[in-house]
Design a protein around this ligand. Structure first.
Ligand SMILES: [Zn+2]
Length: 334
């Protein structure tokens, strides 16, 4: 495996990114293009192939061990079939793994983006050497991955790890997923922006208003963070509240899985201590007993925007470890 290369693809609703990386997670070449998902699966598939060909062309084909693809869920990680991706219109039961294996004649592995981000952080990032960790991404949505005893928890149908859709407020706001009071509906970027708009409409003064020139529709979590970093007390309070809800969610996860590390990534996590301090305070206050949290640091992710690509790479690297995370995964190598 040493010296072998892997092509990783991050299929997102906005962008397709691809990279050629080595077994240490070092990216040697990369490319990206717009997904233009509205043009349908056929055209998007063509762009994915184009990106992979570009990466294959950058090396000797015999060096490429496999292709990993991270995609938005829900998907079947064993068969590599995208079931129904909300951000990719028309993608219903698309056999991505089979189509790409046919095209490239190499093993292709497909996984859920947030699940595989957990794998990436464990292999290359904040969680190296940790056998029990939970990764949470907080951005437009909240997703995650649970690694328990060195295995990525997939569940019976590969749908496990939806940490953002645990119910936090049983009578809270409706979530995009259809459930009520999900963590995502309370603490993801859009919820943070919504809270800012509500407060401004109530007549509360905050620097956020000036950052968008008074156009409240322009408010995103980014502006709230900008104001918070500059010391705006309202913006700080909005992050404190989001951190509180995330902390409540993490208490659930600590009680259920007893991990030894929690890693938090995603654009909203860029708020740093303004988000992490209320998270940690809530966990200390609410967890059943101190042994659930005192040896379980809650830390920022370290892989940044490359976490998807590196998740795809980490997935292919499982092939050398007897599929220790993916028991029964069809690797195409048997
Ligand atoms: Zn939900």
């Amino acid at each position: 495996m040493v010296g072998k290369l892997i092509v990783g693809v991050d299929l997102g609703g906005t962008q397709i990114r691809a990279a050629l990386a080595d077994g240490e997670g070092r990216i040697i070449h990369r490319t990206s293009c717009l997904t233009l998902a509205e043009e349908g699966p056929g055209r998007v598939m063509g762009r994915i192939k184009g990106a992979i060909y570009k990466m294959m062309g950058a090396t000797d084909r015999g060096q490429v061990q496999g292709i990993g693809i991270v995609a938005p869920g829900p998907l079947d990680p064993w068969k590599g079939v995208i079931m129904d991706a909300p951000n990719l219109p028309g993608w219903k039961k698309v056999p991505l793994k089979d189509l790409m294996e046919e095209e490239f004649g190499l093993p292709v592995l497909v996984g859920n983006d947030a699940n595989l981000a957990a794998l990436a952080e464990q292999r290359f990032g904040a969680g190296q050497g940790i056998a029990d960790l939970i990764y949470i991404t907080v951005s437009t949505g909240i997703g995650g991955g649970i690694i328990a005893d060195n295995r990525l928890l997939l569940g019976a149908q590969g749908l496990a790890g939806e940490v953002g859709h645990q119910t936090i407020e049983a009578h809270g706001p409706r979530c995009n997923c259809g459930n009520i009071g999900c963590l995502e509906a309370l603490a993801a970027g859009p919820a943070i922006a919504r809270r800012a708009r509500e407060l401004i409409k109530e007549g509360i003064e905050t620097a956020i208003t000036d950052l968008v020139g008074g156009d409240l529709d322009e408010i995103t979590a980014r502006e709230v963070n900008q104001a918070a970093q500059a010391g705006d007390p309202i913006a700080i309070e909005i992050f404190r509240q989001a951190g509180f809800y995330i902390g409540v969610g993490i208490v659930n996860l600590l009680h259920l899985f007893n991990p030894s590390l929690i890693v938090i990534g995603g654009s909203v996590a860029k708020a740093g201590d303004l988000l992490f301090e209320p998270i940690r305070a809530t966990v200390r206050e609410r967890a059943m007993a101190s042994y659930y949290w005192e040896n379980t640091p809650i830390v920022p992710a370290t892989l940044g925007d490359d976490v998807g690509l590196l998740g795809a790479v980490a997935l292919v690297l499982l092939l050398e470890h007897n599929s220790e995370y993916f028991d029964g995964l069809s690797t195409g190598l048997e």
